[in-house]
Design a protein around this ligand. Structure first.
Ligand SMILES: *Cc1c(COP(=O)(O)O)cnc(C)c1O
Length: 454
């Protein structure tokens, strides 16, 4: 695999930013006469950042990441001139209120009438708080999640001392409802984890049907919407859109994790947890001998597990949502653009000789593989294709799937396929080029065509 490298013009732009940013100095003084060593450090940094994949480019559709919106990083930088701490109103009086407003907007988007929530360092930490609450409410009951759920749930349960049980997934990557129904009927389940937008395939678990099962058996429901949650703004039945049913059922979940640093256009360090019942706040009760003095209002740190948290994250999210509200016309335009690009790529893959998509995408994650008869041959072709595409400036990702889940002769238990997070509206303009590149490299990957399944 080739070393990551930014195109030279992007490295040159980083050097220009170094020259532009340093003179901005601090809130108290411009930095025009900064020591030479400071500028030297930033230029050395620009060179080091050159060893990156070109995350901003339409040709990068690998992992679930993209640079933040210009409003987000500008707002982050502005607030950083103060460096507020959203642990307490003592340390982040302005940004703690911005956080509450941003959380209220997200909770309303998810369908909650009332809520308690806050920003977190990440989706993992948001899920950790949800499962800590799950364990606190039902200490003797299990937390169950599907094989399609994020890998961290089982480990988080270890950390918070909850008993975790895994459930199977269906061949197309959703939580297996029959297995869930049987497990709930057997008793002893406190909380079910559903995933709205799986990390592997972008699959939407049928949250509406899972919520029915949870209600019937008295289990709590946590939805990990870290990746897919913001698609709620285009889950309205209009096109381009996503299936409204699982999103409409979010209001029935006891807690929801959602990552503004994935589809909310934020810099990393911005996850979010919301609970339907504000009374869970009582579980967080603690005293801090250092803080909570300047206001009798609830301080963010009184209802979160983390102590110090970046107030700049809240400022960035708040300003982004002000510029791009949580509507179809606001942030929805970004998500609709990504969805459109993903569907366009999927359509091209279906028509491309020698390649097959894995599933019809629910969101904007598109996975595909070379038409070859065995899991082993498909995996080897995927790894070779990954390199050949990178040489041509196309950056995708790899995904390991159960071989039988994609209908291959299982000479190995898993098959590696190509995976892409088609997260940017600009990806639409890249679809033809990627399809051409796939057609061009296909002969190098072997020629044992098999019958197409789709
Ligand atoms: C990304 C992701 C996570 C983990 O979130 P981080 O912000 O990376 O910690 C959890 N669940 C799902 C479904 C995800 O896609």
């Amino acid at each position: 695999m080739s070393d990551p490298r930014l195109p030279p013009d992007e490295v040159a732009r980083l050097h220009r930013r170094a020259d532009e940013l340093l003179p901005l100095g601090s809130l108290l003084a411009d930095g025009g006469d900064a020591p030479e060593a400071w500028a030297e450090a930033l230029h050395a940094l620009a060179d080091r950042l050159g060893a990156s994949y070109p995350f901003a480019d339409p040709g990068y559709l690998g992992q679930m990441l993209k640079p933040p919106h210009p409003v987000a990083w500008s707002a982050y930088a502005m607030a950083m001139l103060l460096n507020p701490n959203n642990h307490a109103l003592d340390g982040g009086p302005a940004t703690a209120h911005l956080e509450q407003e941003a959380i209220a907007a997200i909770a309303a988007m998810l369908g909650y009438r009332e809520h308690l929530g806050h920003l977190t360092a990440s989706g993992t930490w948001a899920n950790l708080e949800a499962l800590w609450v799950a364990r606190s409410l039902h200490p003797d009951h299990a937390v169950v999640s599907g094989a399609n759920a994020h890998y961290t749930h089982a480990r988080i349960c270890e950390v918070v001392g909850a008993r975790h049980e895994g459930l199977p997934q269906t061949a197309d990557g959703a939580l297996d409802l029959d297995a869930l129904a049987a497990r709930l009927a057997a008793g002893g389940v406190g909380t079910v984890v559903a995933t709205l937008g799986t990390t592997a395939l972008g699959r939407l678990d049928p949250v509406h049907r899972i919520a029915d099962l949870c209600a019937r058996h008295g289990a709590r429901l946590h939805v990990d919407a870290a990746y897919g949650g913001f698609f709620a703004v285009i889950a309205d039945g209009a096109e381009p859109g996503v299936d409204p049913a699982p999103f409409a059922a979010l209001a029935r979940a006891d807690s929801i994790a959602i990552d503004p640093h994935k589809h909310g256009l934020q810099p990393y360090g911005c996850g979010c947890i919301v609970f339907a019942d504000p009374a869970v706040g009582a579980l967080y009760r603690h005293d801090s001998p250092y803080t909570y003095f300047t206001s009798d209002d609830l301080h963010p740190g009184e209802v979160s597990l983390e102590c110090s948290r970046s107030g700049s994250s809240a400022a960035a999210l708040w300003a982004t949502l002000r510029a791009l509200p949580l509507t179809r016309a606001g942030l929805g335009a970004e998500l609709a653009g990504a969805r459109t690009a993903a569907l366009a790529l999927h359509a091209r893959l279906r028509a491309l000789p020698g390649w097959s998509p894995v599933i019809d995408p629910d969101l904007d994650v598109v996975c595909w593989h070379a038409d070859l008869p065995t899991a082993g041959a498909v995996g080897a072709a995927s790894r070779r294709a990954f390199d050949l595409l990178a040489e041509r400036g196309w950056h995708v990702a790899l995904l390991e799937l159960p071989a039988d889940a994609i209908g291959l002769e299982a000479d190995a238990p898993t098959a590696t396929v190509l995976r892409s997070a088609v997260m940017k509206p600009e990806h639409l303009g890249a679809v033809d080029g990627l399809a051409d590149a796939l057609a061009e490299i296909r002969p190098a990957l072997g020629d044992e065509p098999r019958t197409r399944r789709r």
